[in-house]
Design a protein. Structure first.
Length: 407
């Protein structure tokens, strides 16, 4: 069955997201400690106001603002103390105050807190030296969250602040999407593991560590398989085992049209190829397929050049994994001004490496790295963003605004 080839980047992304939606991973309930970085699968609605009661925002004294003199010191009678914790149901009358600490419930009758630093204590008398405004240093019940407020939404990635918001509601668990299981393969007779001696014609396997690190940084727990040699039978056996055990199988290399690039033919024969080759630079020989007779996994074949691995994962691989989890909040995409001009001499959409910085005027600026070859890993390591250069040949002027994708 024919499949799209040499397609536009936007078309490839649309296909990835459609398949990810069809293959959405199931939901599971996990403790808050295991929910960090996960994707929420149901809305969270407040059942408790926050704060749940009027309380003090400072260490000091709770009082009635009407008792304060506007033209000098006010002397009040100290009638008790309320610390954070259990409420003592204190009440103050005219001319009285209570000692109070940050977070402690406000006594009945009080409507203001004076900071400790603005008082002087003499036995059971409190001298208010500097009068606060009415309602000063109070946190009112429900001023942050009211019962019925929507706090979190389905598809939200769970940041530490969002986890804290759920914890403040007393929730011990949350419904989240199961994280995809991912198998990682690197391919090629020329690859040698770091630490071993190199023979002529060999190179060290850098793609495995790069891809494993990218996946771990996104909260996943990938499994690295042994390097695949350029042998069709070994490739088929290994991918079949992984395809029956993982949600996603990601390979690096062996997806172009060379004599030793066995993966495209294998997936054409055994699976269902959604597309092969994308009009992007770097990373054109990208392949995406269902496993078919190789298993239920989705197969994402990345190119072998290390910068292509970086660019294709950040732009398409990450989108697939986010989509499988139902993430709706897009990854950050910023805009910055080019520090230097750049000449683009080809038609494909390009993801150029660059370094982002902010000027003293608060404007983001990005410096393109001139080492733009897909094998130039040092340039990628010296950079922290991909600069998006639109399709078509053109000259970019210094100061022109471009889109940037943080690593």
């Amino acid at each position: 069955m024919p499949f799209p080839t040499r397609i536009a980047f936007e078309q490839a992304l649309d296909i990835l997201m459609r398949v990810a939606e069809e293959r959405r991973l199931p939901t599971e309930r996990v403790a808050l400690a295991r929910a960090h970085g996960r994707v929420l699968t149901g809305d969270v609605v407040a059942t408790l106001p926050q704060p749940p009661f009027d309380n003090s925002a400072m260490d000091g004294f709770a009082l009635r603002h009407a008792d304060l003199r506007g033209d000098g010191e006010t002397i009040l009678q100290l009638v008790g103390e309320q610390f954070a914790g259990a409420s003592l149901d204190l009440r103050i009358e005219a001319g009285q105050c209570t000692r109070i600490t940050t977070g402690a419930p406000l006594p009945l009758g009080a409507d203001t807190v004076v900071m400790k630093e603005n008082t002087r204590i003499d036995g059971n008398r409190v001298h208010v030296v500097t009068a606060p405004g009415i309602g000063a240093h109070l946190r009112r019940a429900g001023e942050d969250t009211r019962i019925g407020d929507h706090l979190l939404y389905r598809g939200d990635p769970l940041t530490p602040a969002r986890i804290a918001l759920a914890a403040a509601q007393g929730l011990a668990e949350l419904e989240v999407a199961r994280r995809p299981t991912v198998a990682v393969f690197t391919t090629g007779d020329e690859l040698v593991e770091p630490g071993l001696p190199l023979a002529p014609g060999q190179i060290y396997n850098s793609n495995r560590e790069q891809l494993m690190g990218l996946l771990r940084a996104d909260g996943l727990e990938p499994v690295a398989w042994p390097t695949l040699l350029d042998d069709p039978a070994q490739v088929e056996s290994a991918l079949r085992h992984a395809g029956n055990a993982f949600d996603v199988v990601i390979t690096c290399g062996a997806v172009s049209a060379g004599e030793k690039d066995h993966i495209p033919a294998l997936l054409q024969a055994q699976g269902r190829v959604h597309f092969w080759k994308v009009r992007m630079k770097p990373g054109m020989p990208l392949l995406f397929a269902d496993g078919g007779r190789l298993g239920d996994a989705l197969f994402l074949g990345l190119p072998g050049n290390p910068v292509s691995v970086l660019a294709t994962y950040l732009t398409l691989g990450r989108s697939l994994l986010d989509g499988l989890q139902g993430r709706v909040q897009p990854r950050q995409r910023w805009h910055a001004r080019l520090e230097t001009p750049w000449r683009k001499t080809h038609e494909r959409l390009e993801f150029l490496r660059g370094r982002l910085q902010s000027g003293t005027d608060g404007v983001l600026q990005v410096q393109p790295n001139p080492a733009d070859g897909s094998h130039r890993m040092r340039a990628a390591a010296d950079s922290d963003v991909l600069i998006v250069l639109a399709t078509g040949e053109r000259d970019y002027a210094a100061g022109e605004v471009v889109e940037v994708l943080p690593y």
